[in-house]
Design a protein around this ligand. Sequence first.
Ligand SMILES: [Zn+2]
Length: 90
Amino acid sequence: MSDPNLCGRCGDPAILKGDIGLRTSRDLELIMVVRKDHGIEKKIPLQPRVCGKCGFVDLFVENPQTLKITSEDKPVDPDYKNRPLLEHDF
Ligand SMILES: [Zn+2]
């Protein structure tokens, strides 16, 4: 894994310090991570990392395990046609 203190584009250690939030222009909507293959949407906060030099924004999730599809997850659209789970989905 690359150094979390260095910019992923220019390599400068100018990552802005402190908590940085992102939100959509319509209030209170979380950025959603969507597993389109399954019609499943996951609510999970995306953590941004902003380079103070070149402005590159990196996004990451704190608990990527929660993005895995489980048998509890149901497609948002009830008419969604299921596709069998494949190995690369996990
Ligand atoms: Zn940079």
